[in-house]
Design a protein around this ligand. Structure first.
Ligand SMILES: [Zn+2]
Ligand SMILES: [Zn+2]
Length: 340
């Protein structure tokens, strides 16, 4: 089967790999689409990935075969993955945050068996059926939608809150779209790329600005239009620092974009305004079900959230560079085929 394989040196090449076999309790899924995630960009372009690995975790597909003992899943069923549940007992699980379960096996971010390829094997207990009326292609947006839901839920946003989102890449756009479904209207998006600013308006932001427009207030003084909650989705240190400066008394800064250079946190400002910072990673205890339902509900502006042109395996690396450069605002879907 064709696969986009990380070959080292920040590069990806299309290779022919054997089709994996579904073992007992597993299904072989023919991948329909797989979104390119920001973490894929970090792993490839910053050269963290292990040469020989296949990335891509935001997949959807159709069951092509099942292993021994699988009776409840049929070939031809359209599916997405669901995250592993936590142990249910540790402190993280008891506070309904199983994605940081303390008893989880240490994540090996490098040993990845992803879906930038034609077929993928998954344990059937990790499968969710795609609802009728939701296309398999759009269902590949389930994982990032689950992240946006988790992020917004952790932040406990209320409809009347004034919100700032820094960074309008795929995650920032999804967070804006989820906020709109929660009745939040006063959303400002700060983003240097004009194509991404335009897309933020299309998914429901009330206003867009470029990062220089965020003022640096004097110590102990709130800005003119302070926000209750800021979602930092860019991963840039200066964006996080200026997002903190925009918070109102008792405001919350949510970190959701990762980056290589950590921000400097103004602790005096945090103390005087009693600010909170939250890290949002992965998913709610309910897994991907609510994200699938939201996608199927028609409440999200899918055409603005997903780039209209799918990418084939041979164009994955070029597209990763375009995403890193901010040229593509929405989620790019990879179709696991090669151009002939
Ligand atoms: Zn992802
Ligand atoms: Zn646990």
């Amino acid at each position: 089967m064709p696969a986009a394989v990380y070959v080292g040196g920040g590069d990806i090449a299309v290779r022919d790999l054997p089709v994996p076999a579904a073992g007992p309790g597993e299904a072989l899924v023919e991948v329909s689409h797989c979104g390119i995630c920001g973490s894929d960009l970090h792993l490839v372009l910053e050269e963290f990935a292990r040469p020989g690995s296949v990335l891509g975790h935001e997949w959807s597909g159709t069951i092509a075969a099942v292993g021994d003992g699988v009776i409840e899943w049929e070939v031809g069923t359209r599916v997405v993955g669901n995250p592993e549940p936590g142990c249910g007992e540790c402190r993280a699980c008891r506070s309904r945050r199983p994605s940081v379960c303390a008893r989880r096996a240490a994540t090996d971010y490098l040993a990845f068996s992803g879906a930038f390829c034609r077929y993928k094997v998954t344990p059937v207990e990790r499968l969710l059926r795609i609802p009728d009326g939701l296309s398999t292609r759009v269902a590949a947006l389930t994982e990032p939608t689950a992240i946006a839901l988790h992020t917004v839920n952790l932040a406990a946003v209320e409809p009347g809150d004034r919100v700032l989102v820094t960074g309008a890449g795929p995650v920032g756009l999804l967070i804006v779209a989820v906020l709109v479904t929660r009745g939040v209207r006063d959303i400002t998006v700060s983003e240097p790329s004009s194509v991404r600013r335009d897309r933020a308006l299309a998914v429901g932001a009330m206003r867009v600005i470029s990062p220089e427009e965020l003022v640096r207030p004097p110590m102990g003084v709130v800005v003119e239009s302070p926000v209750a909650i800021a979602f930092e989705c860019s991963g840039h240190a200066d964006a996080a620092e200026s997002a903190l400066d925009q918070l109102d008394f008792a405001g919350t800064l949510v970190f959701v974009g990762t980056g290589s250079k950590p921000p400097r946190i103004n602790h005096n400002r945090m103390i005087i305004f009693e600010l909170t910072t939250i890290g949002a990673y992965n998913y709610d205890a309910a897994g991907f079900g609510p994200a699938l339902e939201l996608l199927a509900s028609g409440a999200l502006p899918l055409d603005a959230l997903i780039e209209s042109d799918d990418v084939l395996l041979d164009d994955v690396i070029v597209t990763m560079h375009r995403l890193a450069a901010g040229e593509l605002p929405g989620k790019v879907m990879v179709r696991p085929e090669v151009s002939s």
